[in-house]
Write a protein that binds this ligand. Sequence first.
Ligand code: 5GP
Length: 194
Amino acid sequence: MEELRRMILEKGKGIGADIVKLDMFLNHRIDTALLFRMGEAWADEFRDEKPDMVLTVEASGIAMAIAAAHALGDIPVVFAKKSNTAVLGSETVQAGVYSFTHKTQNTIRIERRYLPEGARVLIIDDFLADGQAARGLLSLCEQQKAVVIGVGIAVEKGFQPGGKELRDAGIRVKSLAIVDRIEDGKIVLRPDDE
Ligand code: 5GP
């Protein structure tokens, strides 16, 4: 997606060899016009699969999931929670996720009734790195016998294995931009194949 690619090059920063910082417009301060155009890009990609809900994980994925769900005709968004609150019902489905940015092991959970058997699910997230978050969400869907129609990602880090592993497993992945590498703090994008 050209507009997102331009923003990454203009406003993004590379930290060390493998962290992409897009806080200025994606996951701290949010450029809402860009956000909703990203939603349209995912909707154009996955509309033919007729998803009936969008699934993500808190917190950064939620805004993007809403944009996609709105563009798909205001279907519901369900987000997996990272902490176990008293409000959460006892009937939950859970999966373990190792966080790349925080270097911690988390459990993500959803009330089972919000991810019903047979639901056609589009998974959305901000970054795809090692694929842990996506695999955790896939596991929730598998446990609930929901149907994953695809995975929409804002920024895939092409130098980490998550994207390749998901595609090799036969999952349809649409990343709106792919980072090839970080060079002296500068983000280098993979040429666009659109
Ligand atoms: P994965 O589970 O694919 O290894 O990592 C994906 C999750 O880790 C995303 O939900 C995202 O929040 C976080 N993440 C991974 N790499 C980066 C990065 O370079 N920058 C930021 N801001 N978040 C990242």
